[in-house]
Ligand binder design. Structure first.
Ligand code: ZN
Length: 267
């Protein structure tokens, strides 16, 4: 087994910090990559953030997130995704992570929701291509199908990539794909198309559908095995630590950052 690639800090992991503080913390802790969420990016100002990230010499492994095509009015969702593409371009992100949206409010039409997602991606793709921003489709665990993403498996994401073509890829988040009996086959199929690799862990028991992720090594996911599949498919990016956790958000961010670094070995 090879050693894990360089760390990247997804800013949600240190949610109490501003983006300026997170950039500074990465530099201080020797974490060479960062992946901001759009709320902290916008709070700092996109141009200023881009400058700080460049000055700190950080690789931007992704921008979280575009998508949510099934929420609210179509035109507004498309417009918001256009802004996200421009932001990803401005900060030199490896990709724009796409969390595509769940069922529209009050709807039971799952095939229809998937059609909205496909249509939304096809609509914004020309702009993403023009900006040189890869749309990284992130399948989410099916437990979030109703409210976050009707895109639930890596196979489904790759089918969309096949259909939409250039400018699309996948974001593999171990939390969302580890359970999939078809994972090895789909990871091989993803060759050359893995634009992001997110790590965290699945705790037993998991007490919240979204906000109880563990740090690598706290749970049952064989992260190095999935990383090896990603590497075999040509992925060479940063190992992005993305911890949505009420527990870890309540700790001192300095403690969390030390833990993140210590747990690189579990990736
Ligand atoms: Zn993720």
């Amino acid at each position: 087994m090879t050693l894990p690639g360089p760390l990247s800090l997804n800013t949600v992991t240190v949610k109490p910090l501003t983006l300026a503080q997170a950039i500074e913390a990465c530099a201080r802790h020797g974490i060479p990559g960062i992946s901001p969420w759009r709320d902290v990016l916008q709070a700092m100002g996109v141009d200023k953030a881009a400058q700080h990230i460049r000055d700190a010499g950080l690789r931007v492994t992704g921008l979280c997130r575009g998508g949510m095509f099934t929420v609210g009015k179509r035109a507004e969702a498309i417009e918001d995704n256009r802004r996200a593409i421009a932001e990803a371009h401005a900060i030199g992100a490896d990709c724009l992570v796409m969390v595509c949206g769940g069922l529209p409010q009050g709807s039971k039409d799952l095939p229809g929701a998937r059609e909205i997602v496909r249509d939304g991606l096809a609509t914004i793709l020309p702009e993403a291509r023009a900006a040189g921003v890869t749309l990284a489709l992130e399948p989410l665990h099916p437990m979030t199908c109703a409210d976050r993403s009707v895109l639930s498996t890596l196979g489904q994401a790759l089918d969309l990539c096949d259909e939409l073509g250039e400018g699309t890829g996948v974001a593999v988040d171990v939390y969302h794909v580890w359970w999939d009996p078809d994972l090895a086959r789909q990871m091989a199929r993803a060759k050359g198309r893995i634009a992001g690799f997110h790590v965290c862990d699945w705790k037993v028991p998991t007490t919240d559908l979204v906000f109880d992720r563990g740090l690598p090594g706290e749970g049952v996911i064989d992260i190095p095995a999935i990383r090896a599949m990603a590497e075999a498919s040509g992925w060479t990016g940063g190992v992005e630590v993305e911890i949505l956790s009420n527990h870890w958000w309540a700790q001192d961010p300095e403690t969390v950052l030390r833990e993140v670094k210590a747990r690189h070995a579990f990736c």
